[in-house]
Ligand binder design. Structure first.
Ligand code: ATP
Length: 301
């Protein structure tokens, strides 16, 4: 069953930024990683899916309804980010209790065990938790609620490395036991590429790649060697990026759909796989040079 369908979706703010053209379908019971550079539109997209923001163009359907002002979408989805706010009159224990009253699939035992494992204080308001504890607590809410659609917007902000690892493991274990539709955004694709099934890459407000993560890992190849040979060989290929030439050697990133004969013709060239995370970097590169260029020839004037 389709849970989310976006067709040329737009959610533009007054300044023109936001989501400009999102086009994808997400099926029930999948974990999708949403990645993209800072400011690419991930949060805007996820908040539009959750019904927090109203689209300005195109189409969006979540559980068959336009999400903005939809009771069905709010009852069946949960959006969590680091800015989630609860009244300080409520302790963390109270918040767990109230979630149990609101979310029909709430697993109170799991929430309690996770809070205990992650050493979350239970007798304070969320303002008294550290940044990492607060986000871990929100992560626990997202897991224990077992909402049909759960949206984690950069859930591991502030978590230390071992908490991040444990959180993702808890997420995977609970998802396998209780499949539902999960969206998770992250700037660290290499941390979630074993967890997610599909990847949605956003760039400049547009969805530019939506594929199973295993296909993303096979999507491209780095081809290196003497610059002239690389140039000649790649002339007939789909080139994604050309890396800086050094000492007469160069590397191109090409789509991995060349034939065996084409590969055999590239005798002196070296083929290396490109990780999903590196591919996303190449697909969203800006042609504005590197950070070193900011400092070169300027003398700060
Ligand atoms: N309330 C707002 N009003 C105007 N522009 C906004 C607003 N919120 C976000 N934007 C702009 O919309 C664009 C997308 O922002 P968004 O927060 O969705 O990106 P993001 O991919 O989640 O970024 P990050 O990875 O840094 O969290 C950015 O250019 C941002 O400056």
């Amino acid at each position: 069953m389709t849970v989310i369908e976006c067709s040329h979706l737009e959610k533009r703010y007054k300044n023109g930024a936001g989501v400009k053209d999102a086009d994808f379908i997400i099926q029930e019971n999948t974990i999708t990683g949403i990645v993209g550079r800072n400011g690419s539109g991930k949060t805007t997209l996820m908040k539009t899916i959750a019904g927090y923001l109203k689209k300005t163009g195109g189409d969006i359907s979540v559980f068959g309804e336009t999400p903005f002002n939809s009771l069905k979408v709010s009852a069946n989805s949960m959006y969590l980010d680091e800015y989630t706010v609860f009244s300080n009159a409520l302790t963390t224990k109270d918040i767990l209790h109230h979630h149990g009253r609101f979310y029909p699939n709430w697993d109170a035992d799991l929430a309690k065990k996770l809070a205990n494992y992650f050493a979350i204080p239970m007798n304070v308001g969320t303002d008294y938790l550290s940044k990492g504890q607060k986000n871990t607590f929100f992560g626990i809410l997202g897991l224990a609620a077992r909402c049909p659609l759960t949206i984690f917007d950069e859930p591991t902000t502030g978590m230390d490395a071992s908490v991040r690892k444990d959180f993702y493991r808890a997420l995977l274990k609970d998802y396998l036991a209780h499949p539902r539709t999960i969206l998770i955004s992250s700037h660290h694709l290499d941390e979630i590429d074993e967890l997610i099934e599909d990847l949605l890459l956003i760039d400049g407000g547009r969805s530019i790649l939506h594929l199973p993560i295993e296909e993303v890992k096979e999507y491209s190849m780095a081809v290196s060697g003497p610059a002239m040979q690389v140039e000649n060989w790649s002339a007939q290929q789909d080139v994604i990026a050309r890396l800086e030439e050094k000492g007469g050697f160069s590397t191109v990133i090409v789509k991995n759909h060349f034939t065996a004969a084409e590969k055999a013709a590239a005798r002196d060239l070296r083929f290396t796989p490109v990780s999903a995370s590196d591919l996303c970097v190449y697909l969203t590169r800006r042609n504005i040079g590197g950070i070193d260029d900011v400092f070169s020839n300027s003398q700060h004037g």
